[in-house]
Write a protein that binds this ligand. Structure first.
Ligand code: IFM
Length: 477
């Protein structure tokens, strides 16, 4: 059976199963019910409420202050790759408007803001000279957060590989992991102590599946065997990044950021359990096991075969580097996966505008309790959770995204249940702070708490932002 039948549908990918009409009502908003009705769930004192963005999705300023090109600049500018030919050239213009955005973050009452650092802004060629003007932007952003009492959480790599490195082989080349370590060291030297939580590589699985198997993300490659070598090099980059932070003697914490999908059997056939197990191997254990257990899952290795690029690419000592202790695991939960006996998938819940996303809040509980039980991370944060909604400005100037309110409320209730059952969850971040460039879907999908009117770049708090502000202030749902 081919591995590709076991992939989860990812951002923008048509699902393998029957696709229900987009945007069925997001459970459980019953007609007449109030998505803001309080559930009386108090979070632990000190729980940190946040929201997240990433550099290419919000910053714009693609050619400003010495930034070099990334694979996403190249990909998005290639005809037919993104909806409407959209690019991140301007995005939400956050590079120029960061001061205004800091004010919005403060108004929202966030305790934590997760953003990513653009590698090609800091090191335009992906190796060698550091671009001080690029680093200065992040210094200003971090200082602005700290002045407002907001904790910065920075991701080092959120998919914007410098194009020059891609020209030399990208993540299929082992050298890219070492270039990442150099870049990480430069960032830690400049900002290390000011950022209490660092995340290494964002969603390596999405790079593997979307970037190197399906090819509808940058760099747009379709080479499944090589994709799993890419997975190894991204894991190696994670480990080298952890080493680089430790080498500075910094007291800051660090960990990886994984999008995890609970995998369930689609039917009662006992044979389906084997299919679920392997699917889970490719979706979750391929990324968790090397980080936490120092080995790759044997079923996945067997499935790849001894001559595979993955097996051939693992060198002595790699797994020790990858599995060195981390301080925190960042979990990103969006959707469950239902696996059939033949290793395919079906959908069982309403989907959102992102056809790959089924709305299933208990999956949040299941994935948080599962990683706690199987991997015992020192601490956990949810760094992404959210959905796209067809948000529009109403006649009164407001944006009523009731579906987002109920989605977030129900997922947070499941996170609260997980905390009650012993999960060491210290913070939660909505994806996303504001509408932004949603990769191959361009600006067609709006994921933000804050509406961005792209022609004017005006920001408007959606209903969900006002609701989230009150949840944060009460520390309860
Ligand atoms: O927008 C993305 C983000 O960059 C990574 N995680 C999933 C989000 C929604 O598709």
């Amino acid at each position: 059976m081919s591995v590709s039948t076991r992939r989860a549908p990812q951002a923008g990918e048509p699902s393998a199963g029957p696709i229900p009409p987009a945007l069925l009502p997001v459970a459980p908003v019953e007609p007449g019910s109030d998505p803001e009705a309080r559930l009386g769930l108090r979070f632990p004192d000190g729980f940190s409420w946040g929201a997240a963005t990433s550099a290419y999705q919000v910053e714009g300023a693609a050619a400003v202050d010495g930034r070099g090109p990334s694979v996403w600049d190249t990909f998005a500018r290639t005809t037919g790759r993104t909806a409407n030919g959209d690019t991140g050239d301007i995005a939400a213009d956050h590079y120029a408007r960061y001061a205004e955005d800091l004010g919005l973050i403060q108004d929202l009452g966030l305790r934590s803001y997760r953003f990513s650092i653009s590698w090609p802004r800091v090191q335009p060629d992906g190796r060698g000279a550091i671009n001080q003007r690029g680093l200065d932007f992040y210094r200003r952003l971090v200082d602005g957060l700290l002045e407002r009492g907001i904790s910065p959480m920075a991701t080092l790599f959120h998919w914007d590989t410098p194009q020059t490195l891609q020209d030399g082989g990208g993540w299929a080349s082992r050298d890219t992991a070492y270039r990442f370590a150099d870049y990480a060291s430069a960032v830690f030297d400049a900002l290390g102590e000011s950022v209490p939580v660092w995340l290494t590589v964002n969603e390596p699985k999405t790079v593997v599946q979307n970037g190197y198997i399906i090819g509808h993300h940058a760099p747009g490659i379709r080479d499944e065997p090589v994709a799993y070598l890419v997975a190894h090099h991204l894991a190696l980059a994670h480990g080298l990044g952890v080493q680089a932070l430790r080498a500075t003697g910094s007291a800051s914490r660090i960990g990886g950021a994984l999008n995890l999908h609970p995998c369930y059997a689609a039917d009662d056939n006992p044979l389906t359990l084997d299919a679920v197990r392997l699917y889970d191997g490719y979706e979750n254990r391929l990324y968790l096991d090397p980080m936490f257990k120092g080995h790759y899952p044997q079923d996945v290795l067997d499935h790849q075969g001894p001559a595979s690029p993955l097996l051939q690419g693992i060198k002595d000592g790699d797994l020790e580097i990858i599995s060195q202790p981390t301080d925190i695991l960042a979990v990103q939960y969006y959707t469950p996966i239902y696996v059939t006996t033949d290793g395919g998938t079906v959908q069982k819940h309403p989907t959102t505008e992102a056809a790959w996303q089924q709305v299933y809040p208990p999956g949040m509980y299941d994935i948080l309790t599962r990683v706690t039980r199987d991997y015992a991370p020192a601490s956990l944060t949810v760094t992404e959770n959210g959905l796209p909604c067809p948000d529009e400005i109403g006649v009164d100037g407001s944006v009523d995204d009731a579906a987002r309110v109920s989605f977030l409320r129900d997922h947070l209730a499941e996170a609260h249940r997980a905390i009650g059952d012993g999960v060491p969850l210290e913070s939660y971040h909505v994806w996303s702070l504001m509408d932004n460039f949603e990769w191959e879907a361009g600006y067609d999908q709006r994921w933000g708490l804050i509406y961005v009117d792209y022609p004017t770049q005006r920001r408007i708090f959606k209903r969900s932002a006002n609701w989230y502000r009150s949840v944060i202030s009460d520390n309860s749902l």
